[in-house]
Structure formats: structure tokens, C-alpha cells
Ligand binder design. Sequence first.
Ligand code: PHE
Length: 351
Amino acid sequence: MNQAILELREKLDQALRNMASTAGLENLKVEYLGKKGSVTALLKNMGKLSAEEKKSFGREVNELKDYVMEAISRQTAALQEQELQRELNAVEAFDMSVPPVLDRGSYHPITLVQRKCEEVFRSMGFTVEDYSEIVTDYECFEALNIPPFHPARDMQDTYYLDNGQLLKTHTSAAQNAIYKKYRDALINEGKPIKAVFPSRCFRNEATDACHENTFFQMEGVMVGEDISIANLIYFMKTMLSEVFDNYGLKVRLRPGFFPFVEPGFELDISCQICGGKGCPSCKHSGWLELCPCGMIHPNVLREGGIDPEKYSGFAFGLGLTRLAMMKYGIKDIRDLNSGSLAALAQFTDDK
Ligand code: PHE
């Protein structure tokens, strides 16, 4: 073997023996194989050699190149393995018998009651519908028998958007679309419309223990031939007895005004926090307005393409936020939006 090549190999072997870092190995690679490296330099002397010598010298240089590459990558792998071992040894011993801490969060109480209500209504043949949170004035008011400038609009202080649309103030805003979606099946096949549609709603309200600017409702409608207040009361009672497991709950119905129902009612339940004695959560009345409801106004049916002479129906707007407070004994509505895991995570078991 050519003397210069032999020397380079020995020099490399020695350098490798003392090399303890992968960065150093990178440098070594450049030192040998880089543009100005020692192996490249060897080739520059080739001009002086005879054709025969050139051939064997060229082969030896190529072999040297391979040798350098292989030696360096072998050493790199060995060093990486050593580093990994060092890191693993630094980690404390892993004790498989220690029970794991599974801090996985929990469902929000409103999600829990919403799912429960959906389940109950589904079991009674209702479909569960989704609808946009941003709606038009027509959907939120006009289609619901509330013309522009009607004083009834004052009941719902509304967030209007720059583009003329608005954040829906109640789930009733989806009623018109639901009627239009299902009226053909009602008219042609005699299938009653039975739908619930939960959503977030928004009103510019002063915040206190039982009011928030953002809250959750679940609207429900049933439209068909001969639907009456008796049907409304039946479905409301069934739903509440399922949600509260029939647990000491009193219900009362009193007249209430909403332009889109006639007659209209307020369905109240006895306050589950004070047991009906009166507390801040129920404005000291012992009762909580849970579910405004009523028979759908003829104008609203007509606007949805349904003949009020032939069909009738009920609608309700169940307050999911209030329902969650009553079911879980949450005293202040603001806790629900607080993001406080200590307050919210207590209901995990009830999935
Ligand atoms: N949309 C009404 C509200 O939020 C509630 C309601 C729904 C009343 C359906 C009657 C019928 O104030």
C-alpha cells in the first residue's frame, strides 16, 4: 500500500480512538474528505505517476475514502448509543406498581345535562338538530311573529354584528328552518315534526347569580294534527322526571308572554338549591323559571309553510344552564364559565 495512504489510515485510527463527541466526528470527516481534506490532497499528486501507478493508486484512494466513511459512521453510532444509555441511567427508576395519575379533565356540567336531555328526547322519537349561532333578523325575530320595532324585541337585548346579522338570542331562531326542513314529510306523509335543537345563546344582560350574557338552551318543537297542551305537559314532565330521577321536584305552569306562542307559559321548578325556601339562586322566590313554552302561534306556523288551520304544535325553550345548576346544585351561574377545574370537575362520574 502507498506509504501516504497507510499513514493517513493510522492517523485516522488514532484520532478515532480519542474521539468522544459526535461533533468532533463531523469535523474529522471534513478534515479527511472535505474539499481541502487530506484524502482530496492525495489526488492532487496523481499527475506525477505513470498510467500503471495511477490505476492502483486511484483504487487505494477510493478504498481509503470508504474506510474513512465507514469508520466515522461506526464511531458515530457507538457514541449515540452511549449518550442514550447515559440519559436513560439519569432517569429515576420507573416503578410499575405506582398507580398512575390520570388527570384527564371531565365533561362540563352543561354538556352532561344536554346529552341527558338529547337522550331522553331521542328515545321519544325527536331528532336532534344543529344550527348556526349567527343568524339573521328574520330567523331570530320576524319569522317568530316579532316585526321590526315591535316592543317585544326589548325582552332580548341583542348583539348585532356589523354585517346586519346577529348572535342568536334564543334557540327559537332555528324554528323556521326546522319547519321548512320537515314540512314536506308532515304534509305528504303525515309525519309529525319532532325536533330538539340545543345551542349557545347570547344576550346583553347584567350578570348575577342566575344571569349571564352567554347561556345554553334547548328548543323543542312538535307539530302535527291535534297536538295540544296536554302533549306539551306530558313531554315536559317525562323529560324532567328522567333528568331529576323523580327526585322531590315540584313543577308549576303559569301564563307567560312570548309573541311566538299562544297561549304561552312559564314552566317553573322548585329550587333544588334551597328546597323551595328562597335563596339568591332563585331570586328568593323558591321557584326557578326553567322552561318557557306554549302552543306555536299560527303566524309562526304559516311563516314556516305550515297551515295553522290543519296543524298545531307546541314549542319550548329549556334553559340548559339553569337545568345544570339545579341538577348539580351549582349556586352561581358564573361558576359554569369560570374555567375552574375544582368547581367543574366534580361531575366527572356522571358521564
Ligand atoms: N325563546 C324564548 C326565550 O328564550 C323561550 C321560548 C321558547 C318560549 C319556545 C316559548 C316557546 O325567551
